[in-house]
Structures are given as structure tokens and as C-alpha cells.
Ligand binder design. Structure first.
Ligand code: SF4
Length: 362
């Protein structure tokens, strides 16, 4: 048995935009995920981070086979999920489950909690009715609710409690991999911490593997073993969580990291923040080569011509980044941010005269 539970290889997902009612014509394509490759090890938590629209939720749906890829493969436990028979797909649905972002929308308001949590057990034909009820009541206690909550409706619970119900449902059929799609972004900060702690405890208790998706690096910081950073459908950096937070190598990771709030107001005020200009470009017409180049303070001519591959950042380093001019250390001064070291003068800097609009706030 290998150490890898999930392997994603050159995964791409395009969504066609069509016009016309009777005769549909494709007028554009949304390139939501573009050639993402990574693996998830057994028992680890892989955090996937990026701004809204970077393709992380599409990636979650590709991993769970809720969407079919345009190209590329997802292998679960060594098997390509696109080649699964009906029976294998049925078994896969039991082993890979999801926790959704919105605990208000993801639970059926007309069904009682007992029914909602027991549904995966019913679908997979697990146990008798009495056994299922006992199992659901146990699960409710495992996630910090009471067995008496079995007969209540979702509207009787707070947001954090509803997310606990969603977690109990995801756990019900005994999964090996749970894809958590922004499970705490709709919750208050204090409740977020409780849910993150609960997920960590459950991982230790049941030996679970998580893919944890968030748009905020601070949320995945404590729960992730490794972190993958996505930008506009591409994977731009993948590293051990501690390394990534201590020393980001991709300029986009640096920008995300500098936006993470610091609890200490004195440190927070003295910290320089890198503020990226503009919005994420449209995935319908993404920038050429390095997709980050219109917003990158280090961009040079080569960045809009030659697409950087995800590559190792050193012989002894497990981290990878897709950048021609990765950050050498962190944090950097404004001058260092604009002038990468070791660039041959013949290459020139496209932005020497017109640097991209970004600011370093003190
Ligand atoms: Fe992309 Fe160039 Fe910036 Fe690296 S330095 S992120 S390759 S634009």
C-alpha cells in the first residue's frame, strides 16, 4: 500500500458558455481548473487556498466525482475514478464525502436531524433501522451535540451546530477522505476555532484524510500539514504548512500571507503589507503564460511569454513553486519586491518604467 491516497494529474475543467435557445452556440469557455497536479497522503490534511474564482471549489467537485474533468485524471487508492463501474462508484461515494460551506443551505430544512445524518447509511444499506438510529445518536455526541437532537429540525440550531450536523452526516458512512469546502467561512471566528478543533480531533480519532479548502490562509494554518496555493485555475505553490507560512516563495503566496490579520495590534501596525492591485482576471480570457503577471510586482517580460512550471525550490526542499523569480526570503522590502536578484540585464524588466500598481503599506 502506497503512502498516497489521492493523485491528481494534469486536471483541467472548462465550462462552455453558450448562446441561443434552440441552436446553442459556444461563445466562450471558462477555464476553471488548468492542469493541476498534486497528491494527498493518507492521514494528512492538504489545505487548498486561493481567492474566490481561483477554481478551488471546482477542484473539490472534480475530486469527489461530482463533476467530470475536461482532461486529466483523479486516482483514488491507485484507481482512476473515471473508469469506475457503477458498483465501484457507489463504494467510492461512501469513502469520499464532503462538508459544504453553507450550513444553512446544505441541510434539508424539512427533514429532522436524525433523517439527515442517517441518509448516507440508508443509501448504502448499512444496519437496521434501530442500529442506524443508535449510530446517528453516537455521531451526534461525537460532534458535540446531544442524542436528544435526533428529532429536531435544522432551523432550531445555530450556524456552528448546523455545521456539526453536516460533519456528522459526512462521517456517517465511515469515509476515508473528506473534502471540506470552506466549512468555516460562513461562521463567526470563535465558532470557526471550535469547528477546526473538532475536525482535528475527528481526524486523530478516525484516521481521516482531509482536503481542506479555504480562501483565507489563516484558516488553514493550524489544520493543514501541507498547503497548495491556487491562482486562476493554476497551482502556484505547494509546501509544508510551516515552511509556507515562514517563507513563501511565490509572490502571490506572499501577498495572501501579508493579508493575514495579526492578533497583536502593535505587530500588526508595524508590519508591511503587500496589497495587490485589481481583481483576479477573468478565467474566460486568462493572461498569457504566468497568469499572475498583470498583478505581480516582480513581473518581467519573460513572465508573459514563458509559463513557469511548478518546480522544486531546492535540492533538500519539498516545496514547489511556479515562478521565474521566486521570493528569496520573507518579508521583503518594497525595493526587493520589485527587483529580483540575479536577473540578466539583457532580460530587462517590463515594469521598470511602468511598475504594476501595488502598494506596501506600513
Ligand atoms: Fe509570475 Fe513572474 Fe511574478 Fe513569478 S515573478 S509570479 S513568474 S509574474
Amino acid at each position: 500500500m502506497t503512502d498516497t491516497l489521492l493523485e491528481i494529474d494534469q486536471l483541467t475543467k472548462n465550462f462552455p458558455i453558450t448562446e441561443g435557445i434552440v441552436f446553442k452556440k459556444e461563445v466562450a469557455t471558462v477555464k476553471a481548473v488548468a492542469g493541476v497536479s498534486l497528491d494527498v497522503r493518507r492521514g494528512e490534511t492538504l489545505g487548498i487556498v486561493g481567492e474566490s474564482g481561483c477554481g478551488k471549489s471546482t477542484l473539490a467537485r472534480l475530486i469527489t466525482n461530482l463533476l467530470a474533468p475536461t482532461s486529466g485524471t483523479v486516482r483514488f487508492d491507485g484507481k482512476d475514478i473515471s473508469t469506475f463501474s457503477r458498483q465501484e462508484l457507489f463504494a467510492f461515494r461512501r469513502q469520499v464525502t464532503m462538508i459544504f460551506q453553507d450550513p444553512y443551505a446544505s441541510l434539508n430544512p424539512r427533514k429532522r436531524v436524525g433523517f439527515i445524518v442517517a441518509e448516507p447509511l440508508v443509501v448504502h444499506g448499512v444496519g437496521t433501522e434501530v442500529e442506524r438510529k443508535r449510530r446517528v445518536q453516537e455521531l451526534l455526541e461525537v460532534v458535540g451535540l446531544n442524542a436528544e437532537h435526533y428529532n429536531r429540525f435544522p432551523h432550531e440550531f445555530s450556524g456552528g451546530q448546523r455545521q456539526r450536523i453536516g460533519i456528522a452526516r459526512a462521517l456517517a458512512a465511515g469515509p476515508r477522505l473528506i473534502v471540506c469546502d470552506e466549512p468555516v467561512s460562513a461562521l463567526d471566528v470563535s465558532v470557526q476555532a471550535q469547528i477546526l478543533n473538532l475536525l482535528s480531533d475527528l481526524q486523530a480519532e478516525f484516521g481521516l484524510t482531509y482536503v481542506f479548502i479555504a480562501h483565507d490562509l489563516s484558516v488553514v494554518r493550524h489544520i493543514s500539514d501541507r498547503v497548495a496555493v491556487m491562482y486562476l485555475g493554476r497551482l502556484v505553490e505547494l509546501a509544508d504548512a510551516r515552511e509556507l507560512y515562514a517563507e513563501p516563495r511565490h509572490p502571490y503566496t506572499g501577498a495572501l500571507l501579508s493579508a493575514v490579520p495579526i492578533a497583536n495590534p502593535r505587530l500588526g501596525r508595524s508590519r508591511r503589507k503587500l496589497v495587490l492591485a485589481g481583481d483576479v482576471p477573468s478565467p474566460i480570457d486568462p493572461p498569457s503564460a504566468c497568469r499572475f503577471h498583470p498583478r505581480c510586482p516582480r513581473a518581467q517580460d519573460v513572465c508573459s511569454i514563458d509559463d513557469p512550471e511548478l518546480r522544486s525550490m531546492g535540492p533538500r526542499s519539498l516545496r514547489e513553486a511556479a515562478c521565474h523569480f521566486p521570493l528569496e526570503r520573507w518579508p521583503l522590502t518594497p525595493d526587493e519586491m520589485r527587483a529580483p536578484v540575479g536577473v540578466p540585464p539583457t532580460v530587462g524588466c517590463a515594469n521598470e518604467s511602468t511598475p504594476p500598481e501595488f502598494g506596501i503599506l506600513k
